[in-house]
Ligand binder design. Structure first.
Ligand SMILES: C[S@@+](CC[C@H](N)C(=O)[O-])C[C@H]1O[C@@H](n2cnc3c(N)ncnc32)[C@H](O)[C@@H]1O
Length: 237
């Protein structure tokens, strides 16, 4: 695919709410968290910044967006400027978070952890969370183990180093020290997509990105019984 990846598709198309359930599920999840204008929140892998904007507008929270992709950063910046939102935006990786220990009350990771070195990023999340801080994630999870061939197809397309079942996520979080771990399977299937699609197209994009989108759609359909996601919440006690 000429070196183009699923993330190039997301960035060039400027997909907002690029996680299962989209902003509607985000709002539902956040409504049961204790967010206030005093909360320091990290949107880890914030993409075009749709959730970060909501966090600031809805709760007046002090929000920082961390994102590795420069195109995503540009689009998030454009959103925050247009809406005059005082959100900090940092270009960097969740595998090496440029903040001191115990900085944040909440970290959101909406479909980001699944794509990185999970233990490394989770150790970083644990480090920069305050005591009592909450991690809220919405991450790709398989309902049952796949054959090696099937796993390979999914891992190759999304450039994943591993595909986790619920138990793997739980073990990982426990090993790192998180407590009050909950993994919730939502009713809406991955194949239902995001009910409020939002795009911020780049002026130029490679036609091959349509092929990438098609491949993504066919993988989701092919593995609709297995390829799923979980809303994961846990606390650093
Ligand atoms: C599936 S998108 C989700 C974006 C956003 N959270 C949302 O829900 O719209 C994954 C995002 O994670 C970013 N990302 C991937 N690896 C990252 C890393 N190591 N550090 C920070 N961001 C990363 C990608 O550039 C992309 O914007």
């Amino acid at each position: 695919m000429g070196g183009l990846t699923y993330f190039d598709f997301l960035a060039k198309f400027g997909v907002g709410g690029a996680h299962p359930g989209g902003i509607l599920l985000t709002k539902e999840i956040l409504s049961s968290e204790n967010l206030t204008s005093m909360s320091n929140v990290l949107d880890a892998g914030c993409g075009t910044g749709q959730t970060a904007a909501y966090l600031n507008q809805q709760f007046q929270a002090n929000v920082t967006g961390l994102e590795i992709n420069p195109i995503m950063i540009k689009k998030a910046k454009r959103r925050f400027q247009a809406q005059k939102l005082p959100i900090k935006l940092i270009e960097g990786s969740i595998e090496s978070i440029p903040f001191p220990d115990q900085t944040f009350d909440f970290i959101l990771s909406e479909s980001v952890l699944a794509f990185v070195d999970k233990p490394k990023a989770l150790r970083e999340f644990f480090r920069v969370l305050k005591k009592g801080g909450r991690l809220i994630a919405n991450e790709m999870t398989i309902n049952k183990r796949l054959t090696l061939k099937e796993e390979h197809e999914i891992k190759k397309f999304y450039a994943l180093d591993s595909l986790l079942v619920e138990e793997d996520w739980r073990n990982l979080l426990e090993d790192i020290g998180f407590q009050r771990i909950q993994l919730k399977k939502e009713k809406q299937a991955l194949s239902n997509g995001n009910h409020i699609p939002e795009f911020q197209f780049s002026n130029n994009f490679e036609p091959k990105l349509f092929e990438i989108f098609n491949q993504h759609a066919s993988i989701i359909l092919k593995y609709q019984d297995t390829l799923s996601y979980r809303v994961i919440t846990c606390t650093k006690m």
